[in-house]
Design a protein around this ligand. Sequence first.
Ligand SMILES: NC(=O)c1ccc[n+]([C@@H]2O[C@H](COP(=O)([O-])OP(=O)(O)OC[C@H]3O[C@@H](n4cnc5c(N)ncnc54)[C@H](O)[C@@H]3O)[C@@H](O)[C@H]2O)c1
Length: 348
Amino acid sequence: VVVGSGSLALAVRSLVRTHAGRLLVVVSDARVARLYGRRFAESLARGGARSRLLTFPAGERRKTRETKSRLEDRLVREGAGRDTIVVALGGGVTGDLAGFLAATWHRGVPVVQIPTSLLAMVDAALGGKTAVDLPGGKNAVGAFHQPESVWADVRCLRTLPDRDYRAGLAEVVKTAAALDATLFGLLEARAAALRRRDERLLERIVARCLAIKGRVVAADERDSGPRAILNFGHTVAHALEGASGFRLRHGEAVAIGLVLEARVARARGAFPERDLGRLERLLVALGLPTSLPRAIAAGDVVRLARRDKKTRGGVVRYAVPARIGRPRTGPDPTEPLDVERDLAPLLA
Ligand SMILES: NC(=O)c1ccc[n+]([C@@H]2O[C@H](COP(=O)([O-])OP(=O)(O)OC[C@H]3O[C@@H](n4cnc5c(N)ncnc54)[C@H](O)[C@@H]3O)[C@@H](O)[C@H]2O)c1
C-alpha cells in the first residue's frame, strides 16, 4: 500500500517493471478516464507495457451485472487471458466493479487498486470486498478478492467534486469513531483544514485509515467477526441509499447512518450521550447530513432496512462502538436491531 502525492507515477513504473509482457487492463468510469485514465494508460504504453483502457458510465447506478458483462465482452475482444492484470483506477464504484471483474475473469486474475476518490482511498480500495448491486440489493453479488497493491495519490483529490469529497469524509469519520479516538480528535481539531483539502493532512489521514483498515481486515478477512465494526452506520446507510434510488451518495448515507445507529445505541444505554454530540458536531463541521432528507420516505427506509443482507436468522444486526474510538469487546461487535421499535421512531 503506497500513499502520497505523486504515487500515480510510481504506480506506472511499478506496473511496467513487475508485469512486463502481460496485458494491463485499466478500468475507469468515463469521468475518471477523461481526467486520469487516458494519460495513465498512455504512460503504461510509453513504459513498454501492453495496456488497454476500458470505460463505463460513472455512478452507483452502473455498478451492475450488465456493466460487468459489457466489460467482460470487451476483455474477450481485447484478447485478455489468464495472464491479464486488471487495474481499477477510480472511485469505489470502479474498485468494486473492476475488483469483481478480476475475481471472476478466468477464475481470478490479479487486481491493482488505484483509488481516486477519498472514499475509495480510505476504505473501498483495501480489504478485498468486491461486488455489484442488484435492483433489490446493494452489493448483492460479489467476491472477496484482495488487491495485489494499492496506490493512493492524494493529488487526485484536487479534481474531486465537493459533494463526493465530503461523502468520502464520512468514511474517515466512521473509521475514527469506530477505532481511533486520536484520529477522531485530529478530525475535530483540523476540520476546517480538511474542508480545504490540505494535502499534507490528507496524506496523514489516508495513511492512518488504511493502516487501521489493514489491521482489522488482516484479523478477520472474511468479515465473520471483528471486521463488522467497519459496518458502523452501514446497516441504515444501505437502506437509505436504496430508498433514495441511489441519489444519496454512499458517504452521505453513511453520515446519516452513523448518527441514527448511534442514537439507537444511546437509547439502549450502549453509547454515551456526549459522544453522540461529538459525532453529530463533527459531521456537521465537515458539511455532511445528519438526518433523513425530506425527499426520502421513512417507510421505504424501514422496508429496506428489514431486508438488509446482514440479516442473520431473520434478525437485522448493526455495529456501533462502545464509545468513540473503542469497539465493543468480544468476538462479535454487532447487536440485533429491531427496525420497527428502534429505528422507525427516529425517522418520523
Ligand atoms: N469494497 C469496499 O470495501 C467498499 C467500502 C466502502 C464503499 N464501497 C463502495 O464504494 C462506492 C462509493 O464510492 P465513491 O464514492 O468513490 O463513488 P464513485 O466511484 O461513483 O465516485 C464518485 C464520483 O466521483 C468521480 N471521481 C472519482 N475520482 C475522481 C477524481 N479524482 N476527480 C474527479 N472525479 C472523480 C467519479 O467519476 C464519480 O462520479 C459504493 O458503491 C460503495 O458500496 C466499497
